[in-house]
Write a protein that binds this ligand. Sequence first.
Ligand code: PLP
Length: 226
Amino acid sequence: MAMQENMQQVYQRLRQAANRAHVPWEAITLVAVTKSVPGSAIEQAWQLGIRHFGENRVQEALPKISSLPPGITWHFLGHLQTNKVRHVVEHFQLVQSLDRMKLARALQKEGEDRGKVIQVLLQVNIGDEKSKSGFHPDEIEDVLVEISTFSHLRVLGLMAIPPYFPDAEAVRPYFRKMNGLFRQICIPNVQMEYLSMGMTHDFEIAVEEGANMVRLGTALFGERAD
Ligand SMILES: *Cc1c(COP(=O)(O)O)cnc(C)c1O
C-alpha cells in the first residue's frame, strides 16, 4: 500500500530532522494536506493514524469534511474570502492563513455571532513576494497587539510559505528568519505555540530551523494532478 510506505518514510525523515534539531519528534504536528485528494484516501490516512488535515479551498473541502469522521482536526490553509468565513468557522478548527486585518475583523464578527473563539495562525509573507499573501514580517508585532484585544480570535502562532527554490537548502535563511520572529514575540495574552512551515520539498530544513508544524501533501499522497 503506497500511502503506508509514504507515511513510514515521512515519519522516518521527520524523526531524523527532529533529532538534528534536538527536539522530540512527537512535538511536531504533521498536517496532511488533502487538496485534490479524494475522501477515500483521507479516510485511509485517518485509519493509519493521521489526525490533522488541511484544505485550501472552501468549496472543495466542505463535502469532504461532512463525509469524514468527526474527530478530524481540520486546518484551513488557503486565501480566505470574507464571504466564505461562515463556512470556515463552522467546519475548521484552525485557520492558518489569517493574512490581513479585514479577515481578522470578519472572523472576529463571525466568532461573536456564534459565541465561538476562533483559533488562527498569522500568515507571514516572509519573502516579501508580490505573488503571496500574508503580513509583512515588520507588521507582525503591531498586528498581534491589535488582535490580542479581539474577544473571539485567538492567535496560536505563525505560518509561512517561503519562496520556492529548486535547491531547498536556499530556503533555510527564510525559515531561520521566521523562527527568530516567532521567538522574539512577547505580548501579554498572546501565546505562540505553533510555527507552521515546511512542505514536501523542504520540511526537513524547516524542522531543523524550528518548525513544530509541517504541512505535507505530495510526500503522503503522491503528485497532484493540478
Ligand atoms: C498544497 C499546500 C501544502 C502542501 O504542499 P506539498 O508540496 O504537496 O507538500 C502546504 N501548505 C499549503 C498552504 C498548501 O497550499
